[in-house]
Design a protein around this ligand. Structure first.
Ligand SMILES: NC(=O)C1=CN([C@@H]2O[C@H](COP(=O)(O)OP(=O)(O)OC[C@H]3O[C@@H](n4cnc5c(N)ncnc54)[C@H](O)[C@@H]3O)[C@@H](O)[C@H]2O)[C@@H](O)CC1
Ligand SMILES: [K+]
Length: 523
């Protein structure tokens, strides 16, 4: 198979530890010897580490410490140690275990026979310039305790450059939770297929930069275990770009490109409406109407000359009191509601909940919804509903779920099952859940953790939906596209302006730039 096509397919896949074990079993029973696979995988890891050393100017004079566990993660570590030793690197192995799996023990005996330095004192690794972590991979199931936990804490305290094999040791493969303690890696080389730990906020600080090392597991074996439509998926550049309404049909006029209504803003939070409008601008939607309190209408017109600004009667404090009576909601394919509304806008929500089109609820619309029996309200909707809570808002909406579950992927999926809505649970690794599937955005930047960045996402998503709805296509994938695109804009802006330079307005200016760059790399 063409390696580029394979890589696009592999990138989208996520497997749990159990699924990985089952896939492994299939290929072993198909005939590849366990030792041969370990040799192949560790060879690929060594090659990658060698390149990383070149990038970081680490030469054979530098000292490399290798942490070796009792299982096959340790086996990988030993093969890497042996190969780096033959390349001339100064290696010291630390493996404080009395028992090892058979293959790991065999490799241990061999490195011993080669005279590679085997240390029994963690302190001796303090002189190392780089540490390679082969303590535990997806076989870790219980808390790390005792001497090995102390060792890990000492290593973390040194703040050395650490490369973890498969998973940073101590992280639970499926939940990303820290089991007692965990190695704080700079880079983690995930082996074969992505695991859920890489896609959740919990372990990210320990995983560092994540890279996948593909070792040619046949797709038929992967598919035999994960099935035709796997529950858990990674959003990739490929899936995101393919869902965009590009190229546009030559004969499309503005209304064929869809009409979005944004209901947002108040005297207090005018910017939220502007940012949502600017997010929608980048989506290329045919028409944007923005309903705001009367008093801020001139400001919106100035910032968004292309939009139709609808002034609404307002409360004493400048929140929307009601929508104009003659506002015909059936004209829009999508309504975005929430950014900067304040809780005073509660009276408009009944009309929104019963609107005969797709609605996206964000920010204050979610805070209002939290007071109105969210599960009942959302599940009563006859048209698509998307909600975009961060964890704080999610807690207010679904306290009963939060009481029983911590895992963000499960939480989002359960909320989708309960309500029938598409749940966009925002975080460092935003996930998009329907009742049947979860998609996770694997790349983002902490630069996006700023006021207003969510308003941009909601506007962008709002603008992307109408053409998809008009084309009568399913909407789930375009939600993924919005989440991915928003992050890519943040990543590009952070690269050019540092992580401090990505205010929400600047972010809106990077949306089209990020898309242009992606389109160039994908072709
Ligand atoms: N998936 C695959 O197809 C491949 C996997 N390989 C490697 O194999 C690894 C998985 O190997 P294993 O299944 O042997 O598992 P691990 O090497 O991740 O760890 C399991 C070992 O650690 C012990 N252990 C578990 N939790 C512990 C704790 N809290 N404290 C102390 N000891 C603990 C277990 O008793 C067992 O001996 C992968 O992470 C990867 O590095 C590669 O060698 C080759 C290909
Ligand atoms: K590891």
């Amino acid at each position: 198979m063409n390696p580029q096509i394979r890589s696009k397919q592999i990138e989208q896949i996520v497997v749990t530890a159990e699924q990985m074990r089952n896939i492994e079993e299939r290929i072993f029973s198909a005939g590849i010897p366990v030792a041969a696979l370990m040799e192949k995988v560790a060879g690929k890891i060594t090659q990658r580490i060698k390149n990383l050393f070149l990038e970081k100017s680490i030469t054979p004079e530098h000292k490399i410490g290798i942490l070796v566990g009792p299982g096959h993660n340790g086996g990988d570590g030993l093969v890497v140690a042996r190969e780096l030793y033959f390349m001339g690197y100064n290696i010291v192995i630390y493996s404080p275990f009395l028992k090892r799996k058979e293959l790991t023990q065999t490799h241990y005996k061999y490195v011993q026979s080669l005279g590679i330095n085997l240390s029994s004192n963690i302190k001796e690794l303090e002189q190392c310039d780089v540490l390679i972590d082969g303590l535990f991979g997806f076989g870790l199931e219980r808390e790390i305790t005792g001497e090995i936990a102390e060792d890990i804490n000492i290593i973390n305290h040194w703040n050395k450059f650490v490369i973890s094999i498969d998973l940073s040791s101590g992280i639970h493969t499926d939940t990303g939770e820290i089991l007692g303690t965990a190695i704080r890696a700079n880079i983690t080389l995930c082996l074969g297929l992505w695991k859920p730990a890489f896609l959740q906020d919990t372990g990210l600080d320990y995983i560092g930069r994540a890279e996948l090392i593909d070792f040619d597991i046949p797709l038929m074996d992967i598919n035999a275990i994960i099935g035709e439509s796997p529950i858990l998926n990674r959003i990739t550049q490929n899936t995101a770009i393919n869902s965009l309404p590009l190229p546009r049909p030559a004969n499309h006029h503005k209304y064929k490109n869809g009409h979005l209504l944004i209901i947002a803003g108040s005297k207090q939070y005018t910017g939220a409406a502007i940012l949502a409008g600017l997010g929608a601008r980048a989506s290329g939607v045919g028409m944007v109407s923005i309903a705001v309190p009367n008093s801020i209408k001139p400001l919106l017109s100035l910032q968004l000359p292309e939009a139709l600004i609808i002034g609404c009667p307002e409360t004493e404090n400048g929140a929307i009191l009601e929508l104009p009576e003659n506002l015909d909601l059936s004209r829009y394919q999508t309504i975005v509601c929430g950014p900067g509304l304040t809780l005073e806008a509660q009276a408009i929500m009944e009309r929104i909940f019963t609107a005969n089109c797709a609605i996206i609820l964000d920010a204050d619309a979610l805070n209002i919804l939290a007071q109105l029996n969210p599960v009942f309200t959302l599940s009563s909707r006859k048209f698509p509903t998307i909600i975009t809570p961060h964890l704080g808002e999610f807690k207010r909406l679904f306290p009963e779920l939060i009481a029983l579950e911590k895992n963000q992927i499960k939480l989002a999926k359960q909320a989708a099952e309960l309500t029938g809505a598409i749940i966009v649970l925002k975080g460092a690794r935003t996930c998009v859940a329907t009742a049947n599937q979860v998609w996770i955005n694997p790349d983002s930047t902490p630069a996006l953790g700023r006021g207003g960045s969510g308003d941009v996402l909601t506007g962008l998503l709002g603008g992307l939906l109408p053409p998809v709805i008009l084309a009568k296509k399913p909407i789930e994938l375009i939600v993924n596209t919005a989440v991915w695109w928003h992050s890519q804009a943040g990543i590009l802006a952070a690269r050019e302006r540092t992580e401090l330079g990505v205010d929400a307005y600047t972010l809106t200016q990077y949306l089209i730039l990020a898309l242009t760059q992606s389109l160039k790399t994908i072709n």
